[in-house]
Design a protein around this ligand. Structure first.
Ligand SMILES: Cc1ncc(COP(=O)(O)O)c(C=O)c1O
Length: 466
């Protein structure tokens, strides 16, 4: 039984019990019920095994997060030591702990924000929720209560909580969830391949998008807009690399209206795009930043929001009167997660992971682009060790397949059968975001498996008659 896509399970199997007891997040629940789950049991480096003993190469680093790869024993040791020493401590009411302080200090030495402050959370979603709450809090405290709107973009993914799900610009996260909330507005996605007008150059496209952003700000009232949020390179919305010049034009508009720039580095951060942060790769000067995922290589859940001192000063001064900065989680600054994140970031340096990404980038990007000529491939995009391959019905007209054929999902399943974990995002784009430690041979192995899956998919679509 090496194919995970079967549905006959013993009643007491993990599969049957998973189907009975779990809610699979971000999944087609009916499909999971029909086909059954795939049970992951162990992983090492860039490889992962399921309970049938089948080996997979990790093409997506879990959910874009296992930067150092799996099975790093030292991170387990650090967690064990910290659990034995101080398993939990809070940051409420002025209490602190060494791992959190150390991690905050390390982060502030890494980020392109001078004299910042760090707020810890557990996930990318809560980091972005915090971002918005801190903007609202700041506006109220500086006597500008009307300054509350946040501008995000279509195709963005910023999480799933009420606010971060509103920031997300993908319909399935809004529809039937009563989102987005009123204070969140969306502007154009910088997706040149899909969103450019006929004959429009990249320069014309980015100018149009900057003009549209300005129009939206003016229409909403510039005094009502607090911040613009962006993943420098968009991830879950299709791995979209904005054209050159885009952020320069966007940032010019934001500066004109004194609107903060929130850089969501949850996927981009810690080397993924070839620099420490995506904002550096894309030439963005952020006001605040959200980080998570690779911060701990996902060994434990932790996220951080980094804000400039001028915002913190306002929060601090206000508490002379209010007596309380009313935001924080039980697990903000969890010492075990923080200790693991500290060691993870140290290991990234010690193992030369950032240099390794720069060495692997041309190999990864060249192999990604080698699929451009395949009859099913409409567009290939990427930067650093992240990329996507978009499958289309017609290469010259860019026509997509009818969603009912689920071509991307079919290709993802074929990848799985060939022992590769990838993911269909934004319809029929297959995403690649391997652990940053992947070697040249493993990149070749990953894309060789993909090649087989793509050919299988070509056979599948050849049988589609509409
Ligand atoms: C850019 C970005 N922001 C935020 C999130 C939300 O993170 P989480 O799933 O940890 O809440 C994600 C998750 O993939 C993400 O890609």
């Amino acid at each position: 039984m090496s194919d995970p896509l079967h549905n006959e399970f013993a009643p007491d199997s993990i599969e049957a019990r998973s189907l009975r007891y779990l809610i699979n997040p971000n999944s087609n629940l009916a499909d999971v019920k029909r086909r059954g789950p795939n049970v992951h049991v162990r992983a090492e480096g860039v490889y992962l095994w399921d309970n049938q003993g089948k080996q997979y190469i990790e093409g997506l680093a879990g959910l874009w997060c296992t930067a150092l790869g799996y099975g790093v024993k030292e991170l387990g040791e650090v967690a064990k030591q910290q659990i034995e020493k101080l398993a939990y401590s809070q940051l409420f009411t002025g209490i602190t702990n060494e791992p959190s302080v150390q991690l905050a200090e390390m982060l502030l030495n890494m980020v392109p924000i001078d004299a910042g402050r760090v707020f810890f959370g557990l996930s990318g979603s809560d980091a972005n929720d915090t971002q918005v709450k801190l903007q609202w809090h700041y506006s109220n405290l500086i006597g500008r209560p009307e300054r509350k709107k946040i501008i995000s973009r279509w195709n963005a993914y910023h999480g799933v909580t009420v606010v971060s799900g509103s920031l997300t610009g993908l319909p399935p996260f809004h529809k039937n969830f009563d989102l987005p909330i009123d204070r969140v507005k969306h502007t154009n996605s910088p997706f040149y391949y899909r969103e450019a007008n006929e004959g429009e150059t990249e320069d014309e496209f980015t100018t149009r998008l900057a003009n549209n952003l300005e129009d939206l700000i003016v229409e909403e009232g510039p005094e009502t807009v607090a911040a613009f949020i962006a993943e420098p390179i968009l991830g879950a919305g299709g791995v979209i690399v904005p054209p050159d010049g885009y952020y320069e034009k966007i940032q010019r508009v934001l500066t004109k209206y004194n609107i903060h720039f929130i850089s969501d580095e949850v996927i981009n951060g810690f080397g993924r795009t070839g620099n420490l942060f995506g904002c550096q790769t894309m030439g963005i000067d952020p006001t605040t930043m959200s980080v998570a995922k690779a911060l701990s290589s996902a060994y434990l859940p932790i996220s951080a929001v980094i804000i400039p001192e001028f915002m913190y000063d306002v929060f601090e001064k206000a508490t002379e009167e209010t007596k309380m900065f009313g935001h924080g989680f039980t697990y903000s600054g969890h010492p075990v997660a923080a200790a693991v994140a500290v060691r993870n970031l140290e290991l990234m340096e010690e193992k030369g992971v950032y240099d390794h990404v720069r060495d692997m980038t041309p190999i990864f990007q060249q192999r990604l682009r080698s699929f451009e000529d395949h009859p099913l491939v409409g567009n290939v995009r990427g930067e650093g060790l992240i990329g996507a391959i978009e499958l289309v019905k017609n290469k010259s007209t860019r026509e997509s397949f009818d969603a009912k054929h689920a071509v991307g999902v079919h290709c993802m399943d074929r990848c799985r059968s060939h022992g590769l974990i990838s993911r269909a995002v934004a319809g029929d784009s297959l995403a690649f975001c391997p652990p940053l430690i992947i070697t040249a041979d493993q990149i070749d192995e990953m894309f060789s498996k993909f090649e087989k899956a793509l050919d299988d998919t070509l056979t599948y679509v050849s049988a589609i008659d509409d």
